[in-house]
Design a protein around this ligand. Structure first.
Ligand code: GLN
Length: 259
């Protein structure tokens, strides 16, 4: 082969290699997005529910955790919707970073996960169909009835402990939305559910609240036990948000008034 041709080929090859090397050296690698993986259990409006138009999980908790995530340096949140009683196992397995689902801070749960400071409070409401004549002033007044609750909730524990499986038919549903639908359809007599969600149901279904058991619960955001770094970040972001006008805007968006 002609030497000239050979040199030309070699030079071209060197230039190509140099070009490719320069491209990789000077092109910054695509920045990896920081994603906070959030577990929730839709079916607990207005905290988390499926938007009938977009089919997305939305709600107070979703907005709140998105605001927190942005404040602590995450680019976005990924929502994993699951049944309420799968949330704590998912935290423990590390398949989600946080759980936010109107979750009451209880001593039993505090043994297995860590909670943020409280961001909401609730009691347990007794909800019946609008045309019902039932009168309930104490757990004993629920004897003999068909009571609907959601699996794994404080409502379920309250009814199991205070009314008892021997005194009533306690039906546990995968979500409170399914429980209220069963109530409206006449399959059960009452549901026992957190007060803010009961109030939401009163606006959407032909149901009314006839009594409130004052359980004095507070909601927290849960992280895997020992994930102190994330928990501290969540707590300071939560403090900041709750002390800013953002909080009232958020409350107004989902509850129509600040409380
Ligand atoms: N606050 C109740 C609990 O923690 C219900 C929560 C829910 O159904 N999402 O058990």
């Amino acid at each position: 082969m002609d030497k000239k041709v050979l040199y030309t080929i070699i030079i071209v090859i060197i230039l190509i290699i140099a070009g490719v090397a320069a491209y990789y050296a000077f092109t910054p690698p695509a920045k990896e997005e920081k994603v906070l993986v959030v577990g929730t259990a839709s079916g607990f409006p207005p905290f988390e529910y499926v938007d009938p138009n977009t089919h997305q999980v939305v709600g107070f908790d979703i907005d709140l955790i998105t605001m927190i995530a942005h404040k602590i340096g995450y680019d976005k949140v990924e929502i994993k919707d699951m049944e309420f009683d799968s949330l704590i196992p998912a935290l423990q397995a590390g398949t989600i970073d946080v759980a936010i689902a109107g979750m009451t801070i209880t001593p039993a749960r505090e043994k297995v996960v860590d909670f943020s400071k409280p961001y909401w409070h609730a009691d347990q409401a007794v909800v019946v169909r609008k045309d019902s004549n039932l009168v309930v002033n104490s757990p004993e007044d629920l004897h003999g009835l068909k009571i609907g609750v959601q699996t794994g909730t404080t409502g379920e524990s309250y009814v199991t402990e205070k009314v008892g499986k021997d005194n009533a038919t306690i039906k546990s549903y995968p979500s409170y939305v399914e429980a209220v639908q069963a109530l409206v359809n006449g399959q059960i007599d009452v549901i026992v559910v957190d007060t803010p969600v009961a109030q939401n149901f009163v606006h959407k279904y032909d149901v009314k609240i006839i009594h409130t058991f004052e359980t004095g619960e507070t909601y927290g955001i849960a992280v895997k036990k020992g994930n102190t770094k994330l928990l501290n970040e969540i707590n300071s972001a939560l403090d900041e948000i709750m002390n800013s006008p953002e909080w009232n805007q958020l409350v107004n968006k989902y509850f129509g008034s600040s409380s």
